[in-house]
Design a protein around this ligand. Structure first.
Ligand code: M6R
Length: 616
């Protein structure tokens, strides 16, 4: 989704801004732009396409200056055009602004401004905000930073919606002003220089000392220092945080794509999700971050799990685990729906919001809605500094390390691991026996080694993937715990290869989906050695009887039986039913990845997608 980086200091801003924009590429964007203050004027360059296109355009018309702001745009209001790319000017042409978020009442404000004689050059909601700030500043008798801050405050009072903004003005050289409501902004503190970004990965190569701004705060930064105030004009408390993420964490290493690197990181990320969270003595999980006593956990009568996309699929697996191991009625709800439903929730309902980024707008809205209704709401997040992590009543961090590939991989397996820990904990304070608890712990401890084994299947899976890469449609089937894996496998394939793929519960096949089966439509069955193995085999036979090619993802020991009915078989290690989703999904991540590579798709930057969807 849109990204912001601003720089003020002694160095030339442009190389820092372009490098920052490169690091924000993973968020997904369709155009980019920069603005710097140069000899009392603002110079803007924008381009549709990649950062390299912008760099080329700038090469022909260089821009200098030691203060600048820049942006990657993911279109919401207005087509993907150069005019709609940020930064946007005010009426005077002296002020430039970049914006993440959506100004919901922009249409009426634009009409009003047009009646006053303002002319707009773009179709964006953002340009309205530029004009509002510029109008307020131009009405002021003073031409100072504090007058600009007042103008920004006034303008922001008029808008509804969300924003993270960075503003520069030609008459205020050496100053950037930022403000946020609903869209993240982080201030980077350097020596004689400061940074403002929507995402810490944009500035981590320059500084580790950062301040995460809160909603309704305004920051003014120059080379020497910064001040943070609230929208009402009061001083704001802030903490300087040391970022743990290293430059290496946000690099690709020797891998051709982030997605492949992140698939391979799953031994470590699952190990880190488990680290320090297993108690052999009590045969349970230790999750102190939930901030709940056993008595409080015991009184939970209902669990709601909410998230979007891949996080929602992990939640579906969590639903099976919590109901099976803890016998607590559990429901999954898309975060985008949760807010608009009136789910019957008693006071003993516990809500979990799942989000890798911790910034997904729909999930954040669900969190706020749940808290508004007085429910204890816990986060399962990867980004520890994210809004969801900060606003949750407690939770469990994934510790998966930065996930840059747009297609979620390691965050999914970390979420499933954590949900299993939650199911174990809730089960052990209810009916789950100590010996069952110990068995689950042993299985969890054996998991990283099994993931390692799945990773050794890479070449084999790549060969299978290449054989099916030309298919136009693919079906993914699984039952019980592996039904969400089928959905996730289909989502991965769609996202990065653009092949139409759908996931179904295997037995649903005969209720309609089977109409799609023919010689050109491969079906992928996740059929581990579980209670429904033979039911899955029957469903495979139904596909084979109609000429459909079948790839079976099975478990070791069942290869012979699967080979009799499948065209290709991939065997993952045997595991209990609540853990096969982790192993099967890694095999499907490789499958999707190698199909996308075969089709020469841009794996890490799939079309139209954003890593973190910060608009509703
Ligand atoms: O950051 P989040 O976990 O909240 O993101 C939720 C979804 O947007 C995300 O999982 C999306 O579906 C991925 N592109 C899936 O690969």
């Amino acid at each position: 989704m849109c990204g912001i980086i601003g720089y003020v200091g002694r160095s030339q801003a442009l190389p820092i801004l372009l490098e920052g924009l490169k690091r924000l590429e993973y968020r997904g964007y369709d155009s980019a732009g920069v603005a710097t203050i140069e000899e009392g004027c603002i110079t803007v360059r924008k381009e549709v396409g990649r950062i390299e296109d912008l760099r080329r355009a700038i090469g022909q018309h260089p821009v200098g200056g030691t203060t600048g702001i820049s942006h990657t745009r993911w279109a919401t209001h207005g087509k993907v055009t150069q005019e709609n790319a940020h930064p946007h000017f005010d009426r005077s042409g002296k002020m430039a602004l970049v914006h993440n978020g959506v100004i919901e009442n922009y249409a009426s404000l634009r009409t009003q401004l047009e009646e006053e004689g303002h002319q707009f050059v773009s179709q964006t909601d953002t340009e309205v905000l530029s004009h509002l700030i510029g109008r307020a500043f131009d009405r002021s008798a003073e031409r100072t930073t504090s007058a600009m801050v007042t103008a920004i405050r006034e303008a922001l009072q008029l808008v509804s919606g969300t924003y993270g903004i960075a503003v520069i003005h030609a008459e205020l050289p050496g100053v950037i002003i930022g403000a946020r409501r609903g869209s993240p902004l982080v201030l980077g503190i350097g020596k004689g220089e400061h940074f403002l970004a929507s995402d810490v990965s944009a500035i981590v190569g320059h500084t580790r000392d950062v301040v995460y701004l809160n909603d309704y705060e305004i920051v003014v930064l120059n080379g020497e220092g910064f001040t943070i105030t609230t929208l009402e004009g009061n001083g704001a408390d802030y903490n300087v945080t040391k970022v743990e993420m290293t430059d290496e964490d946000v690099g690709k290493g020797d891998y051709p794509h982030y997605m492949l690197k992140e698939i391979h990181e799953q031994v470590r990320s699952v190990t880190d999700a488990l680290r320090g969270r297993l108690s052999h003595e009590e045969a349970t999980a230790k999750l102190g971050g939930l901030n709940m006593t056993n008595a409080a956990l015991r009184s939970v009568e209902r669990v709601i799990l909410t998230g979007c996309g891949t996080a929602f699929h992990a939640a579906m697996i969590g639903e099976y685990a919590i109901e099976t191991l803890a016998q607590i009625p559990t429901e999954c709800e898309f975060a985008s729906e949760f807010r608009y439903r009136n789910l019957p929730m008693t006071k003993d309902t516990l809500v979990f919001v799942l989000s890798q980024s911790g910034e997904t707008a729909d999930t954040l809205a669900a969190l706020r809605e749940s808290k508004r209704k007085g429910h204890r709401t816990l986060g399962i997040c990867n980004n520890v500094a994210s809004t969801i992590a900060r606003e949750s009543d407690g939770g469990v961090y994934m510790h998966a390390g930065p996930e840059i590939g747009v297609a979620a991989t390691k965050s999914f397996t970390s979420q499933v691991t954590i949900l299993t820990l939650i199911a174990l904990l809730l089960g052990r304070i209810r009916n789950l026996s100590s010996s069952d608890g110990s068995r689950i712990i042993a299985e969890l401890e054996a998991l990283p080694a099994k993931i390692e084994q799945v990773l050794t299947l890479e070449a084999e899976i790549a060969a299978v993937a290449r054989r099916y890469a030309q298919a136009k449609v693919m079906l993914f089937m699984g039952r019980q715990y592996n039904y969400p894996v089928a959905l996730e496998g289909a989502l991965k394939l769609k996202e990065i290869s653009y092949i139409a793929a759908s996931g179904y519960a295997s037995a649903e096949l005969k209720h309609g989906v089977i109409a799609l089966v023919n010689e050109e439509t491969p079906s992928i069955f996740i059929a581990p050695n579980d209670a429904l193995f033979h039911k899955n085999l029957s469903n495979i036979e139904e596909v084979k009887a109609r000429g459909g090619p079948v790839i079976g993802i099975g478990t070791q020991g069942k290869g012979a039986e699967l080979s009799l009915v499948c065209d290709d078989v991939i065997l993952i290690p045997d595991a209990p039913e609540y853990l096969t989703p982790i192993l099967a999904s890694i095999a499907l991540q490789f499958f999707a990845y190698y199909i996308a590579v075969e089709l020469e798709c841009d794996v890490d930057k799939p079309r139209n997608l954003a890593k973190s969807v910060t608009v509703e």
